[in-house]
Design a protein around this ligand. Structure first.
Ligand code: Q46
Ligand code: ZN
Ligand code: ZN
Length: 321
């Protein structure tokens, strides 16, 4: 956020942020109003949830998940949080502290799950044990634990903090590969299916700069470090490419994503791969196409492996690079 002598478009008071995609500058108060309006619009436009439904927010301790939790509470929704301790060294310790501090200051309920304590492994160890990129085991673990916690806790809807930049980057990657089944499922809300809660992304109309500004104006402390295991992630390269286009032509990123959702996604509705027959995992009962679900396979291999500290994994990645 850059202090500026120019004026807020709404009230003509000094502006605190320039948002070229809106071709306008805003003061703190009207920036918050813009964020509330965009989130309300997303919730209504995509019929994400109703005010009487209990919501579980997947909380990482970063700006987006804390911003969406804060916004939902402000807008009058009943939202609890869930933090999953991934065991990524100091990064996870600090992220968990931010999530906890946010919940305590506002008197909100934060559920906590710890991979190492409760499932016998952590993400660096899983990356080594499965010989896959860390985000693969991490995504599988988080999806399973968030789904399970929502269903067990009686939350019909799971909210994540994915913002417009995240969604546009994923869309860009899926488009570059013309990955039709993934494109067909790239929606701001996905309905519940047996074994899965409804999933919603209320920040899909806000950029990460806007959610960061929300946190700063609202006095929310959050984990500013990137996950150390994200390096080399293609997602970051897609974001950088889109940012280049956005800089030359403000508004392109939002048009790319929101026009896809409004105009293209309905045409792909028949391509969704969710009709595949799902059985029950023999270990945990979760829906799966095989006998044992992806989460239980990751857990079994990783729990049998000697713990790998994140520093060791990053060190060996650097040497290999
Ligand atoms: S936490 Fe996990 Fe992310 Fe870190 S290991 Fe990858 S997926 S980058 S959102
Ligand atoms: Zn103003
Ligand atoms: Zn399982």
């Amino acid at each position: 956020m850059v202090a500026s002598v120019s004026k807020c478009r709404v009230c003509k008071q000094p502006a605190v942020i320039d948002l070229p995609r809106h071709n306008a500058k805003f003061c703190a108060e009207h920036l918050l109003e813009l964020c509330r309006r965009q989130v309300t619009k997303a919730i209504e436009q995509f019929a994400m949830f109703r005010s009487e439904e209990r919501i579980l927010v997947a909380v990482s301790g970063g700006k987006d998940s804390l911003a969406v939790w804060d916004l939902l509470i402000e807008l009058g929704y009943q939202a609890d949080g869930l933090y999953v301790g991934l065991g990524i060294g100091e990064y996870s310790d600090v992220s968990g502290q931010y999530a906890q501090a946010f919940a305590e200051r506002r008197g909100l309920h934060l559920h906590r799950v710890d991979l190492r304590d409760q499932y016998g492994y952590d993400i660096p160890t899983a990356a080594r044990a499965t010989r896959r990129v860390p985000c693969s085991a991490c995504g599988t673990s988080k999806r399973h634990l968030f789904d399970r916690a929502a269903l067990d806790g009686g939350y019909p809807v799971l909210v994540t903090g994915h913002n417009l930049d995240d969604e546009a980057a994923v869309l860009f990657g899926n488009t570059l590969r013309w990955d039709v089944p993934y494109l067909a499922r790239q929606l701001p809300v996905l309905g519940a299916r047996p074994g899965f809660p409804r999933k919603a992304k209320p920040l899909c109309r806000l950029t990460e700069r806007e959610t960061a500004a929300w946190c700063i104006v609202r006095g929310i402390d959050y984990q500013v470090e990137e996950c150390p295991m994200a390096a080399g992630n293609r997602h970051l390269a897609y974001k950088a490419a889109l940012n280049g286009v956005e800089e030359d032509s403000p508004g392109t990123k939002a048009a790319f994503y929101l026009n896809f959702v409004e105009r293209m996604a309905p045409l792909l509705a028949g391509q969704r791969a969710e009709s595949a027959e799902l059985g029950e995992c023999q270990r945990c009962g979760a829906p799966t196409t095989g006998e044992v679900c992806a989460f239980c396979r990751v857990r079994e291999r990783s729990a049998a492996h000697a713990p790998v500290p994140v520093e060791l994994l990053l060190g060996s990645k650097r040497r290999a690079g």
